[in-house]
Design a protein around this ligand. Sequence first.
Ligand code: MOS
Length: 746
Amino acid sequence: MQDNGAKQAEVRTEFPAVIGAALPRVDGPVKTTGRAQYAADYSFPGLVYAVPVGATVANGKIRSMDTSAAEKMPGVVAILHHDNIGPLYHTSSGHMNEQRQPLEDKLVHYWGQYVAVAVAGTLQQAQAAAAAVRVTYDEEKPNVSLKLDDADAKTMTMSKRGDVGAGFASAPVKVDETYSTPVEVHNPMEMHATTAVWDGKSFTLYESTQGVVGQQHTMAEVLGVPRENLRVISRYIGSGFGGKLSPWPHSALAGAAARKLNRPVKLMVTRNQMFCDVGHRPRTQQQMRIGATPDGKLVSLEQHYWNHTSQVGNYHENCGEATPFIYSTPNLEVTSAIVKRNVGTPCPMRGPGAVPGLFAVESAMDELAIKLKMDPVELRVKNDTLTDESNGKPFSSRHLKECLQVGAEKFGWSKRTPEVGSMRRGDTVLGWGVAAASWGAYRGSCQATVMLKDDGRATVSCAAQDPGMGTYTILAQIVSDKTGLPIDKIDVLLGDSNFVPGATSGGSTLTATVMPAVAEASNGAVQILMAMATRPGGAFEGKKPAELMVNGGSLHLKENRAAAVPFADVLRTAKVSYASADGRSGGLGSDTKARDYSTHSFGAQFVEVEWQPQIARLRVSRAVSVMDAGRIINMKTGTNQIQGGVVMGIGMALLEQAIYDPRNGHPINDNFADYLVPTNADVPEIDVHFLGIPDPMMGEYGARGIGEIGLAGVAPAITAAVYHATGVRVRELPVRIEDLLRSTVV
Ligand code: MOS
């Protein structure tokens, strides 16, 4: 653990609290005024446009490809395909989503798989040429079956304790149900894109990625150049939701085309292609069995789940992420199995595993509460535990019970009457539902550089990136916290693999990962100034650095706060342009103390739905989200994260699903007209509350991540509310009007 924060505290005067403040995003103005450059915004002399040709079958082999017409079209530079793309390599690290390279062979495993790429002088010319490539296939029937428990699926045990067979058999009250979640597509606002530049020796890839370092390492291997010959730039990113964690085939196509043609190449994935070629949350099927005593103590908990993956990937959706520790039970078993389908390759999507997994677990808990005639909040509190029973370790900081209690209070839960259809507002039937949330808390290793400059400004940089979560702002806050410089004097530079190694924006880990490095770098730069100021000719000549304190971007003697000397003056006096220091974060695993604890975030979601039986209309009308995620560094960006999660949860519960045509594997709703996501009209006021209890295992600031947990528990809270209003239990998402027409509530 990096502990020099404690050392610094002795020399730091109290600054206005910047940690926890509701600060607006420092990158807001550049984005809202259109000055932020995204991957596809870069242009260079001689740049050409690449448009991939997608397969129109989901299972088969290319029989013939006729590029002659396309090659003769205006502006066309090349039609690249299996026979002429040039070398693309597999990776030794295996950090590709797919276990093949694009155009590697003539086999087609999913609809939309790239089979060729048209390159031309303008986007329109390339689009026209791509459309003119004639491909025939030897087609076989694709398997996009929604039923996932294939007889030959290999089952793995993920967690086990006690004897669930005996436990379940002995339990007086039982739930045994199967839940399914559909394919969801990340669909970030900014589509994937690569602008690739080759200078004869090195690549520069302008990417939209959640990890510039990971992208650099993997793409260097894929393109067969040393890491130092491949630079990744991703300054601004229109979100990712997990779809931009690691490289997809289009990056390789853009890089290979740039090298082959010796021209800059821009390749933008289209919205339709976003449904095929850049990942999705896989379909899951989950059997839940819970046994309990009549007073609501869990006797056994079982989760047996399947997720689909592609023919060329082996992605496992870890639906049992939270199951082994969320409740106390002596008997538990979680098993998983992966089945292959003719679909694009799935990958992590916001709250991977836990989000669909908790839909099943928390739905089953709601069904158990109904069988027990017990309040669903009380049932969860009753089975709360402060020990992770999967490994016997105490939680570093677990306040699920408080989340449920605070949420119940804020929501007005005590006014709930449990009978189906028993609560009304005018002609509208109300349904109230609750669910627990959990997501892992972790921090990785990372470096950062802080420069204090003679113009009075500071710069902080590292090879991390901000896909929209608020990382730019958080870094400025840490520097401000350590130096007292105001936020508007701090420039944050991210999104370039040339900076000192940063970390991936993934798993809700980046804030906790990057903060210790930035704190250490800030402290280091201040220490350099203190040494400088006490040298001969310095403002504090004859004093020791330890006699100095830092306040408001200035140094002063402990006993004389009034006579403070700004950092810039210290530097100018010494004729030094800037003082620069690097800091380092060690991963959670490097902290021997932390190894003795189980680290997770928790939360509770409370939802109200309005059901109008007269016109079969369902609306989410209220949401209260209470989060136990450690200390919150920025109340505004933090609240936005949770609100965004709840919005996504409304989509998951009521709207989102990619539908594959069983005849040809085409995701038929591959566009924003047919794939529904919540709009403002679908989203009520979302009341977000943070417990704000610092996690002692998460470093000086005690912050855990909040990028994903806001989505956990939302869908099961909504389906619980739907049941309460309508009497219809929906176990296969999303809830459809057709499901609710079964309601007998009038
Ligand atoms: Mo998140 S699914 O780790 O981007």
